[in-house]
Design a binder for this molecule. Structure first.
Ligand SMILES: C[S@@+](CC[C@H](N)C(=O)[O-])C[C@H]1O[C@@H](n2cnc3c(N)ncnc32)[C@H](O)[C@@H]1O
Length: 287
C-alpha cells in the first residue's frame, strides 16, 4: 500500500476516534515509524510501505487511538529548542513552562537589590520536581556559569532527567538528587529556587483532559485535594533555602493564583505573570 493512502486512512481513523489534531498526529507517527521528516512524507507519496513498516505504524496508531499521548509513543518532546526524551515516568514538558525559563533569565539579569548583574556571575539554582529535567537543562544552557541542582521525589523520573542531561552534554552542569522538595538543602543560600510543582487539585480532576489523567504520572499532576498542597509546603522551605533577596519562581494555574499570592504575602516583589492565553502562569517572589 502507498504512503499517501495509509496516511489518509490514518487521518480518517484518528478523526473518527476523536483524537485531537488527527493529521498532525498521523504525520508525527509516520515520521517516527519511518525515521524521516515531514518533507519526506510529501516528497514520496507513492512510496510503498513494507509489511514491517505497516505493522509498526498500525501499532503506533492503535496506541494513539486508545489515548496514549504521541510523545510517549515516540519518546520525544521539544522544550526550549532541545529534543528531550520522555517516558510515562515523567510529565510531558509543556510550552507554557517556557515562561518559567524566560522569567528566571530575566531576573538573573538583576542583582538582589534590583540593579543590573551579569548573568555570567556564579548563580546557585535549584529546580524542584525536575521530571524530565526540562527546566534544569534549559537554565543550564541559558546560564552557563550557574551551579544547578535538580530534585525529584521520583527515582524513575530522575533517570529520565539524567539521560536528558547526558544527551545534551549537560551532565557535568546539573547535580540530580532524589529528595522531597528541598530536603537536604536547608540553609543553602540559593539565588533561585525554580519549580513547576504538581498544582492540580483532585477536586478539579474531571476538568483535566482524560489523556493527562490516564497516562501522565499522577504525582506529577495532582498535589492533593485543593492543588495547593505541594506549593504550600514548598514556599516556607524555599524561604529557608534562599539567600536574602533570592528569588522563588514557580509555575502555577489560574485556579490557585490568588491563594498563591496569599501564601506569598510576607515575600517581596510578588508578581504573577500571565501566559499567552492570559492565564496566570508564573509566580515570582523575592525573599
Ligand atoms: C508538574 S511535574 C514537572 C516536571 C518538570 N519540571 C516539567 O516542568 O515538565 C512535577 C514533578 O514534581 C515531582 N514531585 C512531586 N512531589 C514532589 C516532592 N514532594 N518533592 C520533589 N518532587 C516532587 C514529580 O515527580 C514531577 O516530576
Amino acid at each position: 500500500m502507498q504512503l499517501k493512502q495509509i496516511l489518509a486512512d490514518a487521518v480518517a481513523r484518528l478523526t473518527a476516534e476523536h483524537v485531537p489534531s488527527p493529521r498532525m498526529n498521523a504525520e508525527l507517527l509516520f515520521m517516527f515509524t519511518l525515521g524521516c521528516d515531514r518533507a519526506y512524507l510529501y516528497a514520496h507519496p507513492e512510496r510503498e510501505l513494507t509489511g514491517d513498516e505497516q505493522s509498526r505504524y498500525e501499532a503506533a496508531l492503535s496506541e494513539r487511538s486508545r489515548g496514549l499521548p504521541a510523545q510517549y509513543i515516540t519518546g520525544h518532546q521539544e522544550f526550549w529548542g532541545m529534543d528531550l526524551i520522555v517516558s510515562p515516568a515523567v510529565l510531558i514538558p509543556r510550552p507554557e513552562t517556557e515562561h518559567v525559563i524566560e522569567t528566571v533569565v530575566e531576573l538573573a539579569g538583576l542583582t538582589g537589590d534590583g540593579g543590573p548583574r551579569s548573568p555570567h556571575t556564579g548563580l546557585r539554582l535549584a529546580d524542584i520536581g525536575t521530571g524530565s529535567g526540562c527546566i534544569a537543562l534549559a537554565l543550564a544552557q541559558e546560564l552557563p556559569q550557574a551551579e544547578i541542582h535538580a530534585t525529584d521525589i521520583s527515582t524513575p523520573a530522575l533517570e529520565v532527567a539524567r539521560a536528558n542531561a547526558a544527551r545534551h552534554q549537560l551532565e557535568s552542569r546539573i547535580q540530580f538528587h532524589q529528595a522531597d522538595l528541598l530536603e537536604g538543602f536547608e540553609n543553602s543560600s540559593f539565588d533561585f529556587i525554580v519549580s513547576n510543582p504538581p498544582y492540580v487539585g483532585e477536586s478539579e480532576e474531571d476538568q483535566v483532559q482524560l489523556e493527562v489523567r490516564k497516562f501522565e504520572p499522577r504525582n506529577a499532576v495532582f498535589a492533593g485535594p485543593t492543588g495547593l498542597e505541594v506549593i504550600a509546603r514548598l514556599i516556607p522551605r524555599a524561604h529557608a533555602a534562599l539567600r536574602p533577596s533570592g528569588w522563588l519562581v514557580m509555575e502555577i494555574s489560574g485556579t490557585i493564583s490568588e491563594e498563591v499570592r496569599r501564601l506569598l504575602r510576607d515575600w517581596n516583589d510578588v508578581r504573577i505573570r500571565p501566559d499567552l492565553q492570559s492565564i496566570p502562569r508564573v509566580a515570582q517572589a523575592r525573599k
